[in-house]
Design a protein around this ligand. Structure first.
Ligand SMILES: Cc1ncc(COP(=O)(O)O)c(C=O)c1O
Length: 358
């Protein structure tokens, strides 16, 4: 039996990306790689990124990083004193951010999953840092409503709150329009991070930070300490790809069809089940499945792996207390249609065995 994986954030075989990457790599002038480069990043790339957002930001508001993970590391080193007081962290969270907080042992982490529960505290807290993914969240797939984003933006403007918005899936929207992000609502109070891992390829390791110029200057100093500048090869590949931004439309069409297929397979397999529910994202690459309390998700994962060759993601690394919440994250883009369908069938078989004790 061939192995199938629903784990990791890899993109799999994506014909549109393979074509764009092949072309963009071939167009890189080797001479570019012979010199040192600007720690802030290639000016053309920063200009292209500014144009993507269409919200009055300039090159000077952008710093290129070697991945979103590096951007987050640099941002939280910069905010180290602030987060000692308190940092509000949306959970479940992208696992890499929790690794960064583990490094900041004296950070006071307040996890939340519902803004309603922390709204009052945000107004009165001495600290002022919130970390969140507002669109197509990893792992839940959820997007914050515009009303909630506006409330947070207003709150930040009144109290001086700093919002760290980690949104690498913003351009993977499947309902026709890119949702607003908080950064665009309150640029002065937001440090926004994103990158190319989900729209071109994680192997490039290119990310970026958008913030006010003063903050960017501070972050740049830290970037120089870490690696001086981001690979010119990776950056130039991004430049070449963004010269043909139409590819993003093809990419969205391709990923949207994967998402629709995954949702219809879940409906087909689990539609009559009360003990498994799943999110219905409007963008991004993840669906989150939730098992009922009476169903042992860890047992399902073990049977899926050992008997059905299906690798499922562990959810405990997405919580700061490292405890499972009986969920599993499904990456719906990385397999061919047939394998995606087969994988959801295997998940159902493992689920069924645990539920019926066979
Ligand atoms: C919310 C979020 N932040 C950051 C990252 C890391 O991105 P990168 O591969 O560019 O480090 C991911 C990757 O899945 C993510 O989902």
């Amino acid at each position: 039996m061939d192995k199938i994986s629903f784990a990791t954030g890899s993109l799999g075989n994506v014909p549109v990306l393979e074509k764009v990457l092949k072309q963009s790599i071939a167009e890189v002038d080797p001479k570019l790689l012979l010199g040192y480069s600007d720690p802030s990043g290639l000016p053309e790339l920063r200009k292209q990124i500014a144009d993507l957002y269409d919200s009055g930001i300039a090159e000077e508001n952008i710093m290129i990083t070697s991945s979103v993970q590096q951007a987050l590391g640099i941002v939280f080193d910069y905010l180290a004193q602030e987060i000692k007081k308190e940092v509000f962290v949306q959970e479940p969270a992208y696992f890499g951010i929790l690794r960064i907080f583990r490094k900041h042992q004296d950070a006071k982490i307040t996890p939340f999953d519902d803004f309603g529960t922390i709204e009052d505290r945000l107004r009165t807290s001495e600290s002022g840092v919130v970390y969140l993914t507002s669109n197509f969240h990893n792992p839940t797939g959820k997007t914050l409503s515009l009303e909630r984003k506006k409330k947070l933006a207003k709150n930040a403007e009144e109290s001086g709150l700093i919002i760290v918005e980690d949104n690498p899936h913003d351009f993977l929207y499947y309902n026709g329009e890119r949702p607003d992000n908080i950064f665009e609502l309150t640029p002065g109070n937001t440090i926004y991070v994103s990158g190319f891992s989900k729209i071109l390829g994680p192997g490039l390791r290119v990310g970026y930070v958008i913030a006010d110029k003063k903050t960017i200057a501070k972050l740049k100093s830290e970037k120089i300490s870490q690696d001086i500048f981001t690979s010119t090869l990776g950056q130039q590949v991004c430049v070449n790809a963004l010269r043909q931004t139409e590819y993003l439309e093809d990419l969205r069409r391709y990923f949207r069809s994967k998402k629709d297929l995954a949702l219809s397979c879940f409906e087909e397999q689990f539609g009559a089940e009360e003990d498994f529910v799943w999110s219905k994202p409007k963008g991004g690459i993840f669906i989150l499945g939730q098992f009922s309390d009476n169903i042992d998700g860890a047992k399902i994962a073990a049977i899926a792996r050992d008997k059905y060759g299906l690798a499922l993601e562990k959810d405990k690394y997405t919580y700061s207390d490292c405890k499972s919440r009986n969920t599993t994250r499904i990456n719906f883009v990385q397999n061919s249609d047939d394998i995606l369908r087969e994988g959801i069938m295997r998940l159902y078989q493992a689920f069924n065995e645990v539920k019926n004790g066979s």
